[in-house]
Design a binder for this molecule. Structure first.
Ligand code: NAD
Length: 290
C-alpha cells in the first residue's frame, strides 16, 4: 500500500487563484512589504519567491534590504515607517534575523493589523483563544493540506513535533480549534516514536532530516512534513530534505506531503491570503470609523 501524495503545489495554486480573482475586483492593490536583514542566501530565495507570487496575484510589493550589522533600532525604524503607510497592508520581517536583533521585539513593533505572518503576541493570543484573522502562514497551510484529506478532524489524535512560535505552537492551536486531541512534542519529549505511533495525524516541524522513521507512523495516518533542511547534493548545490524518512513512511501512511512540493508552496499562498485579509479588514475598519 502506498500513501496518497498530498500535492501542496496544486492546492497552493487553487488558493492563489482565489486570491487573484478577489484582488482583481478591488479598487486598489493590497500592499505587501518585506524587510530582509543580512545576506542569508536561503532567506533571499524565499523573499524573491514571495515578491514574485505577490506580483502574480496583483499586489503591490516592496522590499527593504538592510545589512546584517544595521542594528535593531534601524529595523524598528523601518517597521514604524511601514506601519504608518496607508498603502501597505502587510509587513513581513523575514526570519531568522541576524544575532543581536531581538525577534520578539521586532515582531511586537509590527502593527498587529498588518502582521501577515501572524507572529505578533496579540495575533498569537487570539489564535490560542480560537479567534483572529491573521494566523501564521505555515501552520495555516498545513491545516489546509490536512483538511484536503480529512475534512473533519473531530476526535482525531494529532501529534505535532516541534514547538516553535512560528510553526509548532500555532499548529497545535489550530488543530485544537478543529476539535482534534493534540499532543505537542519537542526536543525534551521522551519516546516520541511511541507518541507518534498513536497519531492519526503527524505534523513534523523540526529541521532534522530523517528524524521521523517509517515505524513511527500508524498505518493510514496523515503525515505533514514541514521540515526543510538544505543538504549538499555532492555536485556543489543542495537539495531540500524533510524531517520524515519519506521512502519508509510512504509505505505506511494514508497520505503524506513530499519535500519539496508539500508545505512550502502553501506557506507562500497563505501569506497572500493573509495580506488580502489584512487589506479587507483595514478598509472595513476605516469605513466603519468614517
Ligand atoms: P525551530 O528550530 O524554531 O524549532 C524546532 C523545534 O523542534 C523546537 O521546538 C525543538 O524543541 C524541536 N526539536 C528539535 N530537535 C528535536 C528532536 N530531536 N525531537 C523532537 N523535537 C525536536 O524551527 P522552526 O522555525 O519551527 O522550523 C522547523 C522546520 O520547519 C525547519 O526545517 C524549517 O526550515 C522548516 N520550516 C518550513 C517552512 C515551510 O514553509 N516549508 C516554514 C517554516 C519552517
Amino acid at each position: 500500500m502506498t500513501a496518497e501524495l498530498i500535492d501542496g503545489k496544486r492546492i497552493a495554486k487553487e488558493v492563489l487563484e482565489g486570491v487573484r480573482a478577489e484582488t482583481a475586483r478591488l479598487p486598489s492593490a493590497p500592499g505587501l512589504a518585506v524587510i530582509i536583514v543580512g545576506d542569508d542566501p536561503a532567506s533571499h530565495v524565499y523573499v524573491r519567491t514571495k515578491e514574485r507570487t505577490a506580483k502574480g496575484v496583483g499586489f503591490h510589493t516592496e522590499k527593504i534590504e538592510l545589512p546584517a550589522d544595521c542594528g535593531e533600532a534601524r529595523v524598528l525604524e523601518e517597521v514604524a515607517k511601514l506601519n504608518a503607510r496607508d498603502d501597505i497592508d502587510g509587513i513581513l520581517v523575514q526570519l531568522p534575523l541576524p544575532p543581536g536583533i531581538n525577534t520578539l521585539r521586532v515582531m511586537a513593533a509590527v502593527d498587529p493589523a498588518k502582521d501577515v505572518d501572524g507572529l505578533h503576541a496579540l495575533n498569537a493570543g487570539m489564535l490560542s483563544q480560537g479567534s483572529g484573522d491573521l494566523i501564521p502562514c505555515t501552520p495555516m497551510g498545513c491545516l489546509l493540506l490536512i483538511k484536503s484529506v480529512i475534512p473533519d478532524l473531530t476526535g482525531m489524535h494529532a501529534v505535532v513535533i516541534g514547538a516553535s512560535n512560528i510553526v509548532g505552537k500555532p499548529m497545535a492551536a489550530l488543530l485544537l480549534g478543529e476539535n482534534a486531541t493534540v499532543t505537542q512534542c519537542h526536543i525534551h519529549t521522551r519516546d516520541i516514536r511511541f507518541v507518534c505511533r498513536g497519531a492519526d495525524i503527524v505534523v513534523s516541524a523540526v529541521g532534522k532530516p530523517g528524524l521521523v522513521k517509517g515505524d513511527w507512523i500508524k498505518p493510514r495516518a496523515v503525515v505533514i512534513d514541514v521540515g526543510t533542511t538544505r543538504v549538499p547534493d555532492g555536485k556543489g548545490g543542495y537539495t531540500l530534505k524533510g524531517d520524515v524518512e519519506f521512502d519508509e513512511a510512504v509505505k505506511v501512511a494514508g497520505a503524506i506531503t513530499p519535500v519539496p512540493g508539500g508545505v512550502g508552496p502553501m506557506t507562500i499562498a497563505c501569506l497572500m491570503e493573509n495580506t488580502l485579509a489584512a487589506y479587507m479588514a483595514r478598509r472595513e475598519r476605516a469605513a466603519a470609523a468614517a
